[in-house]
Write a protein that binds this ligand. Structure first.
Ligand SMILES: [Zn+2]
Length: 125
């Protein structure tokens, strides 16, 4: 039924009695199927194959779209994370600056105390 016939098919293929139609023919195995029937069957098969490949394409495009959507969500999360990290780093930098300022101040106090101590030591010796 689904056999693909060749271009040289003709109605009455296999007939050896020179009949002009199936009604007149008595040949065993002669094929009087109209050529259009085979052509249309071929077109149906081609269209089915096209429909199937279109469905497959749609399926793979859908999968790609889902993948891309997941990737975008991932990038958005990474971006948010990066912004959080940058904000935290900024705060830590401010803290470090404050700490450095405090250390510098206490260092000056210590230096002054050392100076005073040496002055007193020199005065007593
Ligand atoms: Zn015949």
């Amino acid at each position: 039924m689904n056999e693909i016939i060749t271009e040289d098919y003709y109605e009455g293929a296999g007939c050896t009695c020179y009949a002009s139609s199936a009604n007149e023919c008595g040949c065993e195995g002669a094929d009087w199927t109209p050529k259009e029937v085979y052509d249309l069957r071929g077109e149906v098969m081609a269209l089915k194959a096209l429909a199937e490949s279109t469905a497959n394409l749609a399926k793979s495009l859908k999968a790609e779209r889902d993948e891309a959507r997941d990737a975008i969500v991932g990038w958005e999360n990474k971006w948010k994370c990066a912004i959080d990290m940058a904000a935290r780093a900024e705060l830590e930098r401010e803290d470090a600056k404050d700490l450095a300022q405090q250390m510098s101040e206490s260092n000056q106090v210590l230096q002054a105390e050392v100076r005073d101590y040496r002055k007193k030591e020199r005065a007593t010796s």
